[in-house]
Every structure is written in C-alpha cells, then in structure tokens.
Design a binder for this molecule. Sequence first.
Ligand code: C5P
Length: 259
Amino acid sequence: MSRRRQIYEGKAKILYEGPEPGTLIQYFKDDATAFNAQKKGTISGKGVLNNRISEHIFTLLGNIGVPTHFIKRLNMREQLIRQVEIVPLEVIVRNVAAGGLSKRMGIEEGTQLPRTLIEYTYKDDALGDPMVSEEHIACFGWANQEEMHDIADMAIRVNDFMSGLFAAIGIRLVDFKLEFGRIWDGDFARIILADEISPDNCRLWDMATNEKLDKDRFRRDLGGEVEAYQEVARRLGLLPEGSETDVLDLESHRKKRGK
Ligand code: C5P
C-alpha cells in the first residue's frame, strides 16, 4: 500500500506522517471492533462513508467556531489533520439512555434523560477504558481544570449543534463519543476536537421507526451496517438523492480514474 511513515494504527484508523510538520494523514479503515476488540469484523465501504460523514460534521463545527484538527479531505479514505497530543479521555455525551448507561444504571434504552449527561473514560484498551471522574482526571494529571472546562464546553456545543443537525433529517442523536487533543503554541496549549464523528461513535436512531443507523447494528448482529451508514450519509446530503450507488463501486471507479 503506502510507503509513507506510519505513526499509529488504531482499530478503525491509521495515522501517517503528513506533508508538513504538525500535520498527519488520517486513513479510515473498514475494520470494525466492539466490546474492547473482543468482537472483530469488516464493514465493506465503512471507511469511505465515515471519512465523508466526519469531514462534513467537522467542517460544520469549524464553521460555528469549534476548533478541530480537520484540515481537508484528501481522497475517499484519507483526510489531512493537525497533529495533536491526544488527551487520554473518551468524552461520552448522552441525551437518551442506551448501551453502557442503560446496563450500568438499569434504565430502559430509549428513556430521555432529564439533562445531557457527560461521562469520561480513561483511554486504555488493556484496562477496558474504565470510567473516571473529574477527580481522577485532575489527580492523574490527564488534563487541567481549564482544559476540562474547555472540553465540557465544547462537548455541549457539539451536542447542541449535532442534535439539531440530525433532528432536521429525522434522526435522534442518542449519544456519542468525542476525543480531544492539545496543540502547542510555544508554552501555551489549546484544546481542539480530534478523532472522528461518524456512525462508528454515535448512536443514531431513526425518529419515526427507532431503527438503529449506527455501529450497534454490528455490535448486536443486526446486519445492514453499510446500508445504515449510507442512509446517514444520504440524509446528510452526501450521496446523490435516491442513488443506489454502492460506495465501493464509487471507490473503484475513482481509483480507475486515478483520483
Ligand atoms: O457503550 P456506551 O453506551 O458507553 O457508548 C456510548 C457512546 O459512545 C456510543 O455512541 C458509542 O458508539 C460511543 N463509544 C465509542 N467508543 C468507545 C466507547 C463508546 O465511540 N470506546
């Protein structure tokens, strides 16, 4: 494949050295994992869709003043991003009870929460990403108080914006996960939004039918993963309306044209 220097390989993405210092190339794979990689699979075309969906959402967030690592999409599976020092936290934002919260608290899935709930987990696969409090975050120095203020503030802004974006296309934003990173300017660090936003890390339910349009289709063996991701992309206006275009056809077509 590529002869570029690989910086990091995660479960769903690979990071390569970018063309300029301080930049990286983020490559979206078709690999899917769940339950801390105990369940593994491939969703053909997922990487192409997530690259496109994440580009769209990060661009819109940038337009409303949320600082992000996204610079530009390069091709079907890659985007140019700013290199950041990742804050080792997964920031989970919940509007409706589902998944881990329902299990932990015994709340029926689909129950509207009385207010938006933000949870933090420590990013460590070997430990299974344990849930942590702001006390742990301060105690272990993963982020300082000012950074945590910025993170919570941005998480709420992202939630407000995305809830509206998805509601307008008949999708309920149940919950999602964000990651943040630091960029350094001399001695000063600034927090920006990193990673990706896609059906891999959001729960998206059709408002009319409650159909799941996200990675729970894979986690729960429901099937139709790529169709669900494609439906999200289509409703966001990222695929031609009414098109039956298979993302893989699209990808091989572009490759033949050398794009
Ligand atoms: O599993 P749980 O209910 O805690 O997940 C909450 C949200 O965070 C879901 O949208 C899920 O897709 C996302 N998540 C993620 N990566 C993880 C854990 C959760 O994207 N490692």
